[in-house]
Design a protein around this ligand. Structure first.
Ligand code: C2O
Ligand code: CU
Ligand code: CU
Length: 492
């Protein structure tokens, strides 16, 4: 059980590919799972909690004895975990130590568009950007990553990503383990494509959805083991991959409780034995352990919906991800509450003032590819909207919206399943199905800076599968963003 040979994806031979061949990496589960450190912060006189992040180049030993060139925040790979309370004012001093421009986006965060860290907030090499906002949303597992126009796939793949956890005092009442790094564990899952010399490589030439690496790591640890000392453990799973969709479960088929999704806790725990996560999505799960036993977190072949040739998109792949090893004596854990959060999700009868439709096809949304100088949608603040989203392609896409957490009202007219009953910012789109999403855009009007909506398969995003919306007061008009289209130079 402790040795897994990575499943390799057969990619079509494409003549123009210059990427070196993928190495077959044999993984033994014996390295302690790296836990991203909690980020230091200072509190200024006005109460603002200030974090510091520096993006820089480094080298990481993923494979014994081999240094791999990587990028990271405050370290060589990934970044520290930022953590803040609802109601807190926060600021982040983000310094770009790279040789090229980047941005840092707060994925899942409700905040002003000028602080969002999308493609309009470029940080040039050597510069520091200091967004600030007030945390105003429920406890959740959010994350941060670069979002430079046309370069997001590469920046994330090299290692720029981290978690941003929000607290609101509800975890204890809900009976959720909440001792970070002990029984409350971040698990950032990413697939990588190693060359024989240990380099990380992307090869997008042979696959419609981007690079599917044959090697999967958790928090940058290959073959990770976590020693469990409590009866129950909470895993905060983040699919931090560029293209791959996973279906997480355990090698003995045990069930677990799904308690949270992208934007916070579910109304009630959902007992299940697998959870599908497409790139950018999160799931919080509670796993019961027995003394002196081991269990492997693994990804089994995901149900990708009606895709043609699912094997080409990872639909046949299985990976061992993280070995949980329970101590001989486990400390008691609280019982997970039957009701985790209020209010219950809205239903289809919720009022909506506006319905918009979004069709994803090829690299376009509604027939358009991303233009930094074009506002695609103008939203009025405090308006409930229904967005009907549909993929017309027989291969995977998903859909992510900045600034808000939405509800999935229905899929092809059927009530959405219990695992989609909570707050979401990213949803997998099974081909040829219509997802009705309910969104309310509160606060933060800005005529100049837009938010993004896009496919979170990062190759698709980079190739233009993204649009922009502004949130305005009634009667307000959009204006040209002062950043214009800076950074809009990829592939021209
Ligand atoms: Cu996680 Cu617009 O991205
Ligand atoms: Cu986002
Ligand atoms: Cu896509």
């Amino acid at each position: 059980m402790s040795v897994a040979v990575a499943g390799l994806v057969a990619l079509g031979g494409v003549a123009c590919s210059t990427a070196p061949p993928e190495a077959e990496v044999e993984v033994t589960f014996e390295r302690p799972l790296a836990i991203p450190p909690l980020a230091d912060s200072r509190v200024e006189a006005d109460g603002t909690r200030v974090f510091r992040l520096t993006a820089d180049e480094g080298a990481t030993e993923f494979l014994d004895g081999t240094e791999t060139a990587t990028w990271g925040f405050n370290g060589s790979y990934l970044g520290p975990t930022l953590r803040a309370e609802r109601g807190e004012r926060v600021a982040v001093e983000v310094t770009n130590g790279l040789d090229e421009g980047t941005t840092v986006h707060w994925h899942g965060m409700h905040l002003p568009a000028a602080m969002d860290g999308g493609p309009h907030q470029m940080i040039e090499p050597g510069d520091t950007w200091r967004p600030h906002w007030t945390i105003d949303q429920p406890a959740a597992t959010l994350w941060y990553h670069p979002h430079p126009h046309g370069e997001t796939e590469e920046h994330v793949y090299r290692g720029l990503a981290g978690m941003f956890l929000l607290d609101d005092g509800t975890a204890a009442a809900a009976g959720l383990p909440h001792d970070y790094g002990v029984d409350d564990i971040p698990v950032i899952v990413q697939d990588k494509r190693f060359a024989e010399d240990g380099r990380l490589t992307l090869d997008d030439s042979g696959n419609e959805i981007g690079t599917l690496g044959g090697t999967v790591m958790a928090n940058g640890t290959l073959g990770a083991v976590h020693e469990v000392i409590t009866e129950r453990i909470r895993l905060r799973l983040l699919n931090g991959s560029t293209a791959r969709t996973y279906s997480f479960g355990f090698d003995d088929g045990r069930s677990f409780q799904l308690v949270g999704t992208d934007g916070g806790l579910l109304p009630t725990p959902v007992e299940t034995d697998h959870v599908r996560l497409s790139p950018g999505e999160r799931a919080e799960i509670i796993v019961a352990m027995e003394e002196g036993t081991e269990v492997m977190l693994r990804s089994t072949p995901p149900d990708l919906g009606a895709v043609v040739a699912p094997a080409a998109f990872g639909g046949d792949d299985a990976f061992d991800v993280l070995l949980l090893r329970a101590a001989d004596d486990l400390t008691a854990s609280p019982q997970v509450a039957a009701t985790l959060t209020d209010p219950p999700p809205p239903d289809e009868s919720d009022p909506s003032d506006v319905t918009r439709s979004f069709v994803l096809e090829g690299r376009s949304i509604n027939g358009k590819t991303m233009d930094m100088d074009r506002i695609d949608e103008v939203v009025t603040v405090d308006t409930a909207e229904v967005w009907e989203v549909r993929s017309r392609n027989p291969f995977p896409h998903n859909f992510h919206v900045h600034d808000v957490q939405f509800r999935v009202l229905s899929i092809d007219g059927e009530a959405s399943p219990p695992e989609l009953a909570g707050r979401k910012d990213t949803v997998y789109l099974e081909p040829q199905r219509t997802y009705r999403l309910l969104l309310t855009f509160e606060d933060y009007t800005d005529p100049r800076y837009p938010y993004m909506f896009h496919c979170h398969l990062l190759l698709h995003e980079d190739e233009g599968m993204m649009g922009q919306f502004v949130v305005l007061e009634p009667g307000q008009e959009p204006e040209q963003s002062p950043s214009g289209s800076s950074g809009h130079d990829h592939g021209d």
